[in-house]
Design a binder for this molecule. Structure first.
Ligand code: TYD
Length: 206
């Protein structure tokens, strides 16, 4: 449903690998009748970039190239899909967004977080989500319960994933009005109940 300004609301799911984000994002979008999308890869250009970013093309990426390709994916995604939907009054639920670049390319890869933020904000034309739901879990636990094969990111060492988690928690703590942290190390249905309560409280979604 449109907000008072007629613009839709923009909700993003963030978190480490295999924490159940995609399942919860799909549930929320269906529950709300919102558009469901994801990064990287939410557009045709994004599909091409995703192949490069997840290592399917076999090209080794420098951390800065990776950050710039994530930004290019985001720029196209916002311009082509997210912003037009919001302006048409539709709500949008997105699986990963700027927070992923800050956590992975910033805290994880060690690029300057302020620079990554600037890059993402330029790419997104300043569009920040109304609400960011961080599904938080110990990365070792998430790894142990996952049966997925490893892409370039999943194959990184545990130190990387621990930095990503700590980075996310720092981001959430520094902007509690935009971020909400949920304990994802629980049955999916329990996490879902908390998500429903949060979107009702923060956005009036019932
Ligand atoms: P994906 O298979 O979509 O992962 P998940 O199911 O965990 O969301 O792969 C996306 C990968 O890209 C994931 O490891 C996180 C990474 N990523 C970044 O490093 N920076 C970004 O800005 C985004 C959007 C994703």
């Amino acid at each position: 449903m449109a907000t008072a300004t007629g613009r839709g609301a923009f909700v993003v799911f963030e978190g480490g690998e295999s924490v159940g984000k995609s399942t919860q994002a799909a549930w929320l979008a269906a529950h709300r009748g919102a558009d469901l999308t994801f990064e990287p890869g939410g557009t045709r250009l994004g599909q091409e970039l995703r192949r490069l970013l997840l290592g399917e093309a076999g090209i080794r990426l420098d951390a800065r190239s990776e950050a710039l390709l994530m930004a290019a994916d985001r720029a196209q995604h916002v311009a082509e899909s997210i912003r037009p939907a919001l302006e048409a009054g539709r709500d949008v639920v997105c699986d990963r967004y700027i927070g992923s670049s800050l956590a992975y390319q910033g805290y994880g890869r060690g690029l300057d977080v302020g620079t990554v933020r600037t890059l993402s904000e330029v790419a997104a034309g300043g569009l920040w989500p109304d609400l960011i739901l961080l599904l938080d879990m110990d990365p070792q636990r998430a790894h142990d319960r996952s049966a997925a094969g490893a892409d370039r990111f999943e194959a990184l060492d545990m130190g990387f994933h621990l930095r990503v988690r700590a980075g996310y928690l720092e981001l959430a703590a520094s902007d509690p009005e935009r971020w909400a942290v949920l304990d994802a190390d629980r049955p999916a249905v329990e996490v879902r109940v908390d998500i429903a309560a949060l979107v009702a409280d923060r956005l009036g979604w019932t």
